[in-house]
Structure formats: C-alpha cells, structure tokens
Design a binder for this molecule. Structure first.
Ligand code: BGC
Ligand code: BGC
Length: 596
C-alpha cells in the first residue's frame, strides 16, 4: 500500500476550504437541551427513526410516531413519477406532516445523491467517485458536490448519503466505483472538500445539504468469500489488525470530521467478525471520543436487523447502546419504535443514551436552521431553473475530461483526427447512456439504455464534434470497420450496485473481446475505450488495441470523453486504483497515466 503525499494544489485547496470550517455542533447545545427537556420519550424515539417513503403507506405516521426522518432508498420514488416536480411535491408533503406535530420539528429527508441527485429524471449525473479520484482535483470535487447539493435542494431534500469515503482494496467488490481510490491518501485528500461542497461553508446555507460520510469503517476491506450473500465481498468481514484499519480505512473520517460532517453511516460489514452496527469501541470510543465527532450516526438500510438475525429487539439494544443514533428502518419502523421504547422502560437502553442520540440529531437540525421560525422548510422552487442546467453539465463535462486515463497509445493512435474521412465506432457502451452512468442512477441498480433525460452518449458526442466531412459509422459488434481511418471500440460493464456487482472474474466480457477482434481484423488502427466501474483484466485485448483509455463511469456528459479523444483536451487523469494484469498482479500502478 502506497500512501501518496498530498499534491501541493490539493493541500492548498483543502486548507483554504477547511479554514472556513463551521462552528462546532455542540455550540447549539443550549437550544438543543432546552428543547430536549420538553420532549416525551415517544417524541425522542421518533427523532431516532428514519422510514423509507416506499414503505410509508400512511404519511400521517410522521405525526403519530413523531418521525424524525424519511429517506427514499434506491428504488423508492414519488407516487406520481420521477420528475423534479413530483419529487418536490413529495418532499413538501411529508414536511407538512412534521410541522403538524406538537413540537413542529422538521424532518431530515435523505437520499443517495452520490453522483448528482441521481434518482431524479433530468439531474446532471457526474462521474462516479472512481473517475473523480483519477482527476486528483479536490477543488473540482468540491464544486461537483456543491452542484449535487443545489440540485438536491431543488427538490427540498436536505440530506445526501455522501460522500462515500470507502477505500476499496479489491476491485472484485461491486462497490469499487463508489470509492475515490484504493489509496487512503487520495481518499483523505478528497473527503474534506467533498463534505464542504455538500454542506457548504455552514450547514445553515440553504443551498447546501447535510452530508453523510460512509460506510464507517472498513467497508472496502472485506475478505473475498466473506460476503453476507453469495461468495463475494459485499457486507463481508474485514480481517485486519487495528493499525491497518486505521492506516487504510479510517483516513477519510479524520478529514470528514474535521470538515464538520454532520452525519456518518456505519457499515454493513464486520471487523474481525463483529458487525460495525454494533461495535461500541469503533462507534463510540474511536469516532465520537477520539475523533471528536459531534454529529449523529445513521444506520445503513436494515443493517440493525443483521446484528442478531433472529432477535430484532436484541439487535436494536446492541446497536443503540453501541452508539447508533438514528435507525434507517425502511419498513419495520413501528416495530423498532415499540421495541426501543420497551428497551428504555426496562432499563436495557439507558435514558442517557437516548438523550445523547437525540441531542446529536437536534444539534444538526438547529445548525441547519430547520428550527428557525423565520425560515420556511418547504422546497425553494426557484432552484428548479438550474436543475440539470448547461452550467451544471459543463462542470460534469470538465470532470469527465479530467477523469480519463490514457493507458496505452501506440503509434500515436490518439487523438483522433477531426478531419478523418471515416471513424468507425463500435461496442455496447458507445451509445448507451445508462451504461455510462452505472448503478445508483434513477434506480438502485441503474439500467442500460435511455435511463434519464438530458445528457449525451459518447457516440452522439463524437458525431457532433467531428468535421462536416467526417463520417462516423457505428456497429455494436465491431463489424464494418474495413476502410475506416480508425476504429473506436467502446466496451466494458453494464450497471450494477452493491453485492450484485461482486465478481470473481474481472475479464473483459466475451462480446467485448469479440467486438475488438472484429474491428482489428479489418486491418485499421483501434482505440479501446473501457467504460467500467473498476479496472478490468484486459488480457490479449491490451496487445490487440493500439490505444487504450479508461473512462470509468462518466455519467451523462459523454461530451467530455469526445473532448479528449478528439484532442481538444490532453489526457491528464492518473490511475487511482492499480490496473491488474491478472487478479493480484498489477500491470499499471496507482499514479500511472499517459498524455499526448
Ligand atoms: C447502502 C447505502 C445507502 C443506503 C440507502 C444501503 O444499501 O449501503 O450506501 O446510502 O442503502 O439507500
Ligand atoms: C434499496 C436501496 C438499498 C438496498 C439495500 C434497495 O431495495 O432501494 O436503497 O440500498 O435495497 O439492499
């Protein structure tokens, strides 16, 4: 494991941003304690509960159960579609119920804005974190997160489950693309600017949202074969000693806490056999004690249930006593509330722990200005006009350009000549917006095809960027390249998320290898573009292709790929993950990347 030293530019950005670090959350304790003193146990437990809209059949549950929070999970949509309008109405509708409660405490409303406000049609979709890591540009990541926050706020939603500061150690993991890098130094470098981008200079800024650093800690270190389901890595067991856990996996949290992150999500995974959601030492002693985290912990989706799969009540007891402050309880929230109340009445969860949890949640609500009687908590619909705007897309396009890594460029195959007679484009990822965006796009798993509105496929971008006399032809299977000046074969992965993406074998798919072979057999130079959530084992494709570019999961702005392929911008991206020759054997190290 190589720890990169921060680039000077990265240091300057981080220092400039962090010097404006917001005030300590505990400075709100006078107001918080006054309110806490007036709350009933039911009201307190309600604040500690987050339900998923998908399972809230009756929105007045917000009033009767005093719910403190709602989320939309990856597959959870408004009742009347995925439009900006529908999302905004949904948010306002729930918030109105919260304002009817005795204490009028507004909801924190959470969503996975992990690469833009990616559940909503027409949002700008940024490259997934793996691509951003290759930019080494912390200032750009800060700007991206500001835009993600602003688009999220356009729907009223005030909490993003981001940034993911995982440090994936094995690219066979289906969440590799959610990490900036396998190198803890790069993750640490980005975590602060990412948090400050989302939360802005102050949590009270109405254009910012509450950030959530995840998944604490060691989510990216699980052993292959230890997955909860199947044979892979997801939600598995991280079998390392404490020094390694700290050196590799804790780095992003130091930076996130320093930047004032208001919430942190404990991981589904275990550390040496102990579930993180129940690990008192790591949640309370290390994170809240040693690191001085003053915000609150939100459990992962149904994660509490996994502590003791046969005994929900005992699972709740263990988790809350370990330091969990709010439960992400998508469906069984009534049971959770009843059980937690019984645990308190029976003395199994001390009242002091409940008060500490609610105090942490309320600190954040006060800091965000949610308790300010002079401020509306309804969505600010004036923000709709910038949703998915050209200005926002221009920043995403810049991020795409900077994320591309040129791995090989034999015979100066790239850049493509804009005045070529004919460019033949091939491969399943050339003209597929959904494949470009990857998982966590409109749905949890993402999907192939025209997944959202707005945006440009790589093929469309190439077509619109060449000279008038240049013909761009296309075939998915690589046929028809004969006679072209060059073939550009764009292949890789199809969307997936979490454990569904765990794979034992990272070889190029057979149809991709075939597309490359077909193009190559036409006797023309071939550039291979890999659109994927992780480095792939290219095998002989590495030899067959004259040039190779890693494009990661660029998102909606395929134009950024065309900008670099056509030489309008030079490649500057550097690998943030080592690129394997075969599993366990590196071909290119972290930091590698050519230019022209
Ligand atoms: C994921 C989290 C996500 C949450 C809410 C979980 O399955 O692990 O990253 O924030 O769901 O969608
Ligand atoms: C939800 C996601 C969640 C996942 C966890 C999905 O059904 O939509 O938000 O991360 O389940 O398993």
């Amino acid at each position: 494991m190589r720890i990169t030293t921060l680039s000077i530019a990265g240091l300057v950005v981080a220092a400039a941003l962090i010097s404006s670090t917001p005030m300590r959350l505990s400075s709100f304790d006078p107001q918080v304690n006054e309110l806490l003193g007036r709350m009933t146990l039911d009201e307190k437990i309600g604040q500690m509960t987050q339900a998923d809209k998908e399972f809230v059949k009756d929105p007045t549950d917000v009033e009767t159960l005093f719910l403190g929070s709602i989320l939309n999970g990856g597959n959870s949509d408004p009742d009347d579609g995925n439009s900006l309008e529908a999302w905004t109405n949904m948010y306002d509708g729930f918030q109105k119920h919260a304002l009817k409660t005795r204490l009028r405490i507004p909801l924190l409303y959470g969503v996975d804005s992990v690469h833009g406000h990616s559940n909503v049609l027409g949002a700008v979709i940024f490259p997934h974190n793996i691509g951003l890591g290759c930019t080494r540009n912390a200032a750009l990541v800060n700007r991206i997160m500001q835009i993600a926050a602003e688009e999220t706020r356009a729907t009223g939603i005030n909490w993003a489950f981001a940034p993911c500061v995982t440090v994936p150690q094995d690219p066979r993991w289906g969440r590799t693309y959610e990490g900036y890098s396998e190198d803890p130094g790069i993750v640490r470098d980005f975590a602060g600017p990412a948090v400050l981008g989302l939360q802005s200079d102050s949590l009270a800024n109405p254009l910012g949202v509450l950030a959530c650093a995840k998944h604490y800690v060691g989510d990216g270190g699980t052993a292959f074969g230890s997955a909860r389901k199947g044979k892979g890595l997801d939600q598995g067991d991280t079998r390392v000693d404490e020094a390694t856990l700290r050196r590799v996996h804790l780095q992003g949290y130091y930076a996130a806490v320093r930047a004032g992150v208001g919430s942190i999500m404990p991981s589904y995974s275990s550390w040496n056999g102990v579930k993180m959601s129940g690990n008192k030492y790591l949640l309370t002693d290390v994170l809240k004690g040693e690191l001085g985290f003053e915000g609150f912990l939100i459990s992962d989706y149904n994660a509490i249930d996994q502590i003791k799969p046969d005994d929900y009540k005992a699972s709740i007891e263990i988790s809350i006593n370990a330091g969990m402050d709010m439960g992400m309880i998508p469906g069984r929230y009534k049971e959770y509330i009843r059980d937690l109340k019984a645990l308190v009445s029976d003395g199994q969860v001390p009242m002091s722990r409940i008060d500490d949890a609610v105090r942490r949640i309320l600190r954040v609500k006060f800091a965000m200005g949610l308790m300010d009687a002079n401020r509306s908590v309804m969505a600010d619909r004036r923000l709709h006009k910038n949703f998915g705007s050209p200005e926002h897309r221009a920043v995403a396009r810049e991020a795409v350009r900077e994320s591309l890594v040129l791995l090989k460029n034999g015979k100066k195959t790239l850049p493509l000549a804009k005045t070529a007679r004919r460019i033949h484009v091939a491969g399943k990822n050339a003209d597929d917006l959904g494949n470009q965006c990857g998982g966590w796009t409109i749905t949890w798993q993402g999907k192939s095809g025209a997944v959202t509105t707005g945006g440009t496929t790589i093929l469309a971008a190439l077509k619109s960027s060449v000279s008038k006399t240049t013909k761009v032809t296309f075939s998915a299977d690589g046929s028809g390249a004969a006679g072209a000046d060059i073939a550009v074969v764009i292949v890789g992965e199809k969307p997936y998320a979490e454990g569904v993406g765990d794979r034992a074998d990272l070889s190029l798919a057979p149809e991709d290898a075939a597309a490359l072979k077909n193009a190559k057999s036409a006797g023309v130079p071939v550039a291979l573009i890999i659109v994927s959530g992780r480095p792939l084992v290219l095998g002989e494709a590495m030899e067959q292709a004259d040039a190779v570019v890693a494009a990661w999961l660029p998102g909606t702005e395929g134009q950024g790929v065309a900008d670099v392929l056509l030489g309008d911008y030079k490649p500057t991206g550097k690998l943030s993950f080592s690129w394997p020759q075969a599993m366990g054997k590196a071909l290119f190290p972290v930091g590698y990347g050519l230019s022209y």
